[in-house]
Design a protein around this ligand. Structure first.
Ligand SMILES: [Zn+2]
Length: 59
């Protein structure tokens, strides 16, 4: 069965741009997809707003 061509082949598909939102508490980038490109970088739907450094109210 080879009817899954192009479905999930990382060797053929370049990595999609991932969300560059920095998750401070987790010490990692969000990395979610899909993203849109903004002036401040690629951001997923959840992080498409300019963040407020220092704001740690989110649980
Ligand atoms: Zn994100």
């Amino acid at each position: 069965m080879t009817d899954a061509i192009g479905h999930d082949d990382p060797a053929r598909r370049p990595d999609p741009p991932r969300c560059t939102h920095w998750i401070g508490p987790e010490r990692r980038y969000c990395g979610a997809t899909p993203t849109r490109f903004y002036a401040y970088g690629y951001r997923c739907a959840e992080h498409n707003k300019i963040g407020r450094p220092g704001q740690g109210g989110a649980s």
